[in-house]
Write a protein that binds this ligand. Structure first.
Ligand SMILES: C[S@@+](CC[C@H](N)C(=O)[O-])C[C@H]1O[C@@H](n2cnc3c(N)ncnc32)[C@H](O)[C@@H]1O
Length: 224
């Protein structure tokens, strides 16, 4: 009985840290996410295809280890990052001192349901492993619609519900949206659903189990 109790406690804490990493444990979670999620960053950048001089917003950047990948894809790209974890904001600033100092990268504190940016600011917005924590997705998506430039695109990369349910911590406060949900939400937020790109990830290890994981990137566009 005690074993089960402590295991539940551990998974609850893990879920809370993944939602909003904090303190020393948050720092460790940031490094763990880098290992687990680099594949999804490469995949999302392949789908997104940054173009020269794009203004790009990333929501929920974790410790910001992968901004360099974006700068290497095109010339003159300007990136803004927004995260509501003080711990991740601090770590990302430490990890990207040069890009921040030379003005290529701006890192800000805030939540995606109330974006601190003017209308029509970005060519592309993306987030990876973030929408599980959106309790009211339409509120967040309306904000994406507002700050995207006309014709700009939104990319949300997530692991599928089936894959996530193989990891026991996802029982605690994670939401999963499937194709039909996405189409409805995007439509209500005034965005056009473009496509859903699937990908099979390399096998992931979780507590000595090897888990096969499918992910996908949902792509939407703001009307011209
Ligand atoms: C599970 S982590 C994913 C980090 C990184 N994108 C990755 O895939 O490795 C979720 C990140 O999104 C941030 N986050 C979650 N909900 C957010 C929101 N509504 N607004 C801004 N940041 C959010 C968390 O603080 C955390 O840094």
């Amino acid at each position: 009985m005690f074993k089960k109790f402590f295991q539940r406690l551990k998974f609850k804490m893990m879920a809370k840290q993944l939602r909003r990493p904090s303190g020393m444990m948050g720092g460790k979670v940031g490094s763990m996410m880098n290992k687990a999620n680099e594949f999804l960053y490469d995949f999302t950048l392949d789908v997104m295809q940054p173009a020269n001089n794009d203004a790009i917003l990333e929501i929920g950047f974790g410790n910001g280890k992968f901004f360099d990948k974006m700068f290497s894809k095109a010339e003159g790209v300007k990136i803004t990052g927004l995260d509501f974890s003080e711990t991740m904001l601090y770590a990302a600033k430490e990890n990207n001192k040069e890009a921040v100092a030379n003005g290529k990268l701006s890192l800000q504190f805030g939540s995606s349901d109330k974006l601190p940016f003017p209308d029509n600011s970005f060519d592309k917005i993306f987030c990876i492993n973030v929408v599980y924590f959106w309790d009211e997705p339409i509120v967040h998506l309306k904000e994406m619609q507002r700050v995207l430039k006309p014709g700009g695109r939104f990319y949300a990369t997530v692991r599928t519900k089936e894959s996530m349910l193989k990891m026991p911590f996802t029982k605690y406060g994670f939401s999963f949206y499937e194709s039909d949900n996405w189409k409805t939400f995007l439509n209500e937020a005034g965005l056009i659903f473009i496509e859903e790109k699937p990908v099979n990830e390399p096998v992931v290890e979780f507590e000595d189990n090897k888990i096969s994981v499918q992910s996908l990137c949902v792509v939407a566009e703001k009307k011209l």
